[in-house]
Every structure is written in structure tokens, then in C-alpha cells.
Write a protein that binds this ligand. Structure first.
Ligand SMILES: [Zn+2]
Length: 201
């Protein structure tokens, strides 16, 4: 699904789906969890050169933390600022794990029906912008709760702590194509699938 958002209008991403749209320099994108406990994967590409893409590695390196929230900058693979987090009512997101996919379901949920997940949803939504599935990196996973055990280093995927109406707002520092999902993986979303709302201002 591809659309140009109307400024100030709240749009819905139905459960287990994804969308892509342009976001211009200075515009703000607010990602809203309308029911609570629902993850949304976010990708960003330079609209003029889609080989420039949001980078977990660059961002975590420069931020010196994995706990990204208001005031933090999200960098591209070319070390340029793509997005700034300007408001955040949750303060707990993930930038370590890749979008869920068919293979994620094979690995973690062999007894459940396969689903193409955020990866497949993003690939389809981004294709009209000339972006291939090979260009999909680690996403910024809004509201995803991935604690790390300090002693062992073990990662867990726990239900998001976001409540109905919680949101995170990003400001664009360059002209972007955004990919955004309502995540499809059971563990990431507390075992049920909800929509995501978003607004561009
Ligand atoms: Zn997902």
C-alpha cells in the first residue's frame, strides 16, 4: 500500500500490514499505538538515493545507548541524520532486531501458519519507490520491548509497555521515503495483532 498522507489526518495501518509514503524535510511523523501493546517497524530511505538508508549500527554507535528516546537522532548508513525523535510517551523501543518474516515464523512459530511479516509487508509497500527487499535493514521498532540480561547478554522479546494512545514523534532532517508496519509476530505484540495509527504534520 502506498499513499501520500494528508497533513494532520490520522491514518490507520490495519493489523499485520504495512505502508510506505514520502516525508519531507521538517515534517513530523507521529506513530500512535491506538489500542496499546502493538509494535510498528519503521524504515527510512533518502528519497533521492535509496541506497542511503536508516542504520541501526550508525545510530547506536553515535547515541552510545540502545535506549533511544526524545532528543536522539537516527542516522543513515552514510552518517547523516535522517530523523530526530522529538516526542515519546513510551521511552522503550528496539533498534536491534530485523523485521519479522516468513523465516521468523519458521524459526519461532513452526506450529503457526506462516506469515510474510513486516519484511514482506515492507518489501511490497516500498517496491513502488524502486526499493528492493535486499535494501531492507534493521528497522526502528517503535514500542518493541527487547530487554537484555546484563549478566548473560540474553535477549528477550516481551510485550510492549505502550498503552492505548501512546505515541512517538519523529522530525525529518532530509526528504525521505518511510516504510511503516503494524507488526505481525505474536511475541512482539503480546500475542494479539492490532492496527497502528500515524499522522504527518
Ligand atoms: Zn514484525
Amino acid at each position: 500500500m502506498s499513499a501520500v498522507p494528508q497533513p494532520g489526518h490520522v491514518d490507520e495501518i490495519p493489523e499485520r500490514s504495512g505502508i510506505a509514503f514520502p516525508l519531507r524535510t521538517g515534517q513530523r511523523l507521529t506513530v500512535i499505538d491506538p489500542k496499546g501493546c502493538q509494535v510498528s517497524d519503521l524504515l527510512a530511505y533518502n528519497v533521492d538515493d535509496t541506497d542511503e538508508v536508516i542504520s541501526s549500527g550508525r545510530t547506536l554507535d553515535y547515541a552510545e545507548t540502545i535506549r533511544l528516546t526524545t532528543g536522539h537522532l537516527l542516522y543513515s548508513n552514510r552518517s547523516r541524520v535522517m530523523l530526530e525523535i522529538v516526542e515519546d510517551t513510551v521511552g522503550l523501543h528496539d533498534f536491534l532486531l530485523t523485521p519479522c518474516s516468513y523465516e521468523t515464523f519458521d524459526h519461532f512459530y513452526p506450529d503457526l501458519p506462516r506469515h510474510r511479516g513486516c519484511f514482506g509487508n515492507l518489501a511490497e509497500a516500498l517496491e513502488p519507490y524502486g526499493i528492493s527487499s535486499a535494501q531492507i535493514p534493521i528497522a526502528f521498532n517503535c514500542f518493541m520491548n527487547v530487554p537484555i540480561d546484563a549478566a548473560s547478554g540474553k535477549l528477550s522479546v516481551l510485550p510492549p509497555i505502550s498503552k492505548a494512545g501512546d505515541f512517538i514523534t519523529f522530525q525529518a532532517h532530509m526528504d525521505l521515503v518511510i516504510g511503516l508496519t503494524a507488526c505481525s509476530a505474536p511475541a512482539s505484540n503480546g500475542g494479539s495483532f492490532k492496527p497502528i495509527h500515524y499522522r504527518v504534520d
